[in-house]
Ligand binder design. Structure first.
Ligand SMILES: [Zn+2]
Length: 83
């Protein structure tokens, strides 16, 4: 019965338990189209501005660092829900 948790851990990532959900927040937008690479690319998330409505992030191409989009993360304080 308890062994079933091992199966879930293996599927979601290498020995990461429940803490893995936190680290995944940095990569919520997995791939975006880069006009310079002319393909969908993995992106890096960079904090641009802290606004009253939320934090504004810029997505940069992981290969050429071209800006491929922006997004505003609303301030909803999710940490209280997770823990
Ligand atoms: Zn690119």
């Amino acid at each position: 019965m308890i062994r079933s948790s091992d199966t879930i851990r293996t599927a979601s990532g290498y020995s990461r338990k429940k803490a893995g959900a936190d680290s995944f927040k940095e990569f919520d937008a997995s791939q975006l189209y880069c006009p310079r690479c002319k393909r969908a690319v993995p992106v890096r998330k960079r904090l641009l501005l802290v606004l009253s409505e939320g934090d504004k992030y810029e997505y940069l191409c992981a290969f050429c660092s071209e800006s491929v989009g922006t997004k505003i993360d609303k301030n909803t304080k999710p940490s209280t829900i997770i823990r």
